[in-house]
Design a protein around this ligand. Structure first.
Ligand SMILES: [Zn+2]
Length: 284
């Protein structure tokens, strides 16, 4: 699933391509669960509600994309497993997993380009809400702080508040918004913290370390346009490059870059965790 750096890359791609453009025809062929339009808006889905609205800006909150539209509406997008946006020429043949196609009013620079939302697993969500309703939606209202914005003392306090496994906490979007399995595993390995360690058992120094590694990894991954596993790509179709920098995620059975011990993959709760059994001892 795309995590913070991948979603940030998509957001930057959308900013560079669709901000300032005005929707014309919109066509969707998505399953009904994929597209939600607030009941307070006119019936007829995105096809009815998007045309003639201008894209004012694109924001990210955790792994959520918020496309700000004229008329106080926001198109709220979650890519989930395999959702992606592609900004391509209209003449390019449609793919059967292009679930939504957004045409814009012609403009002199980008007349023949349009936006497609492609999602072969079909867990992605496109939701349209008036702004005053958006801020109360579950999935947005309950998000934790942004990992690149939270101050170190606030991060320490957050971990101390409730005792739980650190890996589960890092994956919980209500705890911290934006991390997933890849960056949580990498940050714990960099900080030499076993994924099952309880948050309240970690020293202040360890938590300061973890905070620094989370921010370092996320910033580095954003610079490299994210990690490409499965189908993730930027809006221009190019893959990220951070997968070359991963040290534990997907490295099961390979030697740890620090100590040579084989990386293990273990189910913790319903998710797998990759870690080095030597660098990341349960009691340390
Ligand atoms: Zn190691």
């Amino acid at each position: 699933m795309p995590e913070l750096p991948e979603v940030e890359t998509v957001v930057r791609g959308l900013r560079a391509t669709i901000v300032g453009r005005t929707f014309a025809r919109v066509h969707t062929s998505a399953p009904t669960a994929s597209i939600v339009v607030s009941p307070s808006l006119p019936k007829g889905g995105l096809e009815k509600n998007l045309p003639d609205r201008a894209v004012l800006g694109v924001d990210r909150r955790g792994k959520n994309i918020l496309i700000r539209l004229s008329g106080d509406l926001t198109l709220w997008v979650h890519l989930k497993m395999t959702g992606r946006f592609l900004y391509v020429d209209i003449s390019q043949p449609l793919d059967k997993h292009d679930l939504a196609v957004f045409d814009f009013r012609p403009d002199e620079h980008t007349g023949s380009l349009h936006l497609r939302f492609n999602d072969y697993r079909r867990f992605g969500r496109l939701r349209l809400f008036p702004n005053h309703e958006l801020m109360w939606q579950p999935g947005l209202v309950d998000l934790g702080p942004e990992p690149l914005e939270i101050a170190v003392d606030d991060f320490v306090a957050l971990c101390r508040k409730r005792d739980r496994m650190i890996k589960a906490a890092l994956l919980d979007q209500r705890f911290l918004a934006g991390l997933g399995n890849i960056y949580a595993d990498e940050a714990l390995h960099a900080s030499r913290i076993h994924p099952k360690r309880l948050t309240q058992s970690l020293s202040r120094r360890k938590l300061i370390d973890l905070h620094a590694h989370i921010q370092r990894l996320l910033k580095h991954a954003i610079r490299l346009m994210g990690t490409s596993v499965r189908t993730y790509s930027a809006v221009n179709g190019s893959p990220g490059a951070f997968q070359k920098k991963l040290l534990v995620y997907g490295h099961e059975g390979h030697p740890c870059g620090r100590c040579g011990t084989k990386i293990v993959r273990e189910m913790i709760g319903s998710r797998s965790a990759h870690y080095c059994p030597r660098c990341q001892k349960p009691g340390r």
